[in-house]
Design a protein around this ligand. Sequence first.
Ligand SMILES: C[S@@+](CC[C@H](N)C(=O)[O-])C[C@H]1O[C@@H](n2cnc3c(N)ncnc32)[C@H](O)[C@@H]1O
Length: 202
Amino acid sequence: MLPETAMKSYGVRALLSAHPEIRKLKRHYPSSVHGNKIWASSWLLMDYFKRQGLNQGTRVMEIGCGWGLTGIYCAKNHGAVVTGLDTDADVFPYLQLHADLNKVKIAVLRKPFEKLKKEELEKVDVLIGADICFWESMVDALTKLIRRAIGSQVPLILIADPGREPFEKMGETFIKKQKAEVLDWSVKRPRNIHGRILRITK
Ligand SMILES: C[S@@+](CC[C@H](N)C(=O)[O-])C[C@H]1O[C@@H](n2cnc3c(N)ncnc32)[C@H](O)[C@@H]1O
């Protein structure tokens, strides 16, 4: 049987690793910090927005966007104005391919999230990230960034994760001090996925 090469879930079309276009990109853009596929937690965020809603025109920034599918979902299904940020320039051709496939425009920014400035964060309504806290070394950088985002009055911050130790550690810092909670979240599509969403509101 031939491997499946494309799928559609939450209204977004996605190409899988076996798809010829992805295989072609992989020869030229060997992403180096795990931006090599659509990670499971991105479906948790899509489900969050499907249930909770997202206003048309909301300025969404997806940090550690990889192939950018969550941002693409926000633009396609809710009319959000989306920027995908990643430290690895190699992920952007995959993001562009998916943006074209889903007929949306996504702005991109190559930058490590720890370098995001207050002036940039002040223009963000919703800051999102999926599967971006997987190394111990990321906890400090992400904690500082989120503190800066809170200080910049970003109204909503959502970070999804399977529940790895670094993520839980970061979450605890905010639960103690901020208007934050870590939600258990599960979806059945495109497959059974269980995880956690750190939600910080203003
Ligand atoms: C596990 S992947 C997740 C990608 C995407 N969010 C998803 O759910 O499919 C982690 C992504 O974070 C990016 N990344 C890692 N460290 C980063 C940093 N310091 N600043 C910005 N992006 C970073 C990687 O390049 C990669 O694209």
